[in-house]
Design a protein around this ligand. Sequence first.
Ligand code: KG4
Ligand code: ZN
Length: 345
Amino acid sequence: MEGRIINNKSNKDIYILGIETSCDDTCASVIKNGTRILSNVISSQDEIHRKYGGIVPEIASRQHIEVIDIVIKEALEKANISIERIDAISVTNRPGLIGSLLVGVGAAKALCYLKKIPIIGINHLEAHLYANIINNPGIRGGVGLIVSGGHSSLYHIESGWRITEIGHTVDDAAGEAFDKIARYLGLGYPGGPIIDRLSKKGRDDRFDLPRPMIDSGDFNFSFSGLKTSLIYRTKKDKNIMSKENVADLAASFQKAVVDVLVKKSLDAVVKYGCDSLLVSGGVAANSLLREEFAAGGREKNIEVYIPPLGLCLDNAAMVAALGYYKYLKGDFGALDMDVYSRSDL
Ligand code: KG4
Ligand code: ZN
């Protein structure tokens, strides 16, 4: 099977600056030859959005404007490289919040115009899958799972990195469900990491919650009913929200989400006759998910790739890595490149 890997035929080292501002993190990274991360700077807005219990798009784009120059400068400094040595800039231009995307794309266009270097438009979802390629450039395809605040989808990645969606969530994304349940339980924002930590102190078999669509026979997900089921459960018993019970609720909820994601993803690998699974997105940072995928992969003889924690959440290293392969193919964008709130792979 032909893989994604295209050789760099010139012997020259290639440096790509990646820029990512599709949601609420302002990120810039420099990558050498697609695999060596020289810098990976992330300016998080979690603190700013916490008091609203979720991302406020208008505030996100304004904050990107405040810090984008500083973040790019820091990425170049940490990589110990001058902008003159950068061969191309790759930037997320889809899908995402329009105001947020515009800031990253605007910065990339200005730099590319000034320095007369190519601009490369990147699909944020494809970049998430690429977070696995940075450390494993030999991966030749398989099934991809993207689980984040905005997406829960499965993809079949075929020869030459042709990607077809084989399933998606019919309602909430997994990360969105984590965030909503954390808010309901009064735990704070973003919910995923908080539930992850709290679950370690709780019993995951204490509350019998459903595993929606686990045996549906297709590769779609649904997390909204699970959320409603937990809320319904707590409404029936007003005394349930004690500190100890909340840890059990969090653990039971997390276990239900993880069981569904792991079972359906591994089933998809078998169904599509693959031997690898590429997991990515913010929820891939979840410690139970990582454990269950490792165990399930061993049992079914499936190679499960999950990026290191710093490459699961939104970051620009994955954008720069994908940019490198597009650079080798001459797959450049134009300086009048647009941004798109929605975009499939
Ligand atoms: O990929 P990402 O940074 O942004 C999007 O593209 O959405 O993912 C953010 C999502 C949030 O919903 C957050 O709660 C979730 O990832 N998340 C986690 C964990 N860390 C982040 N969910 C479960 N467990 C975690 N440890
Ligand atoms: Zn993302």
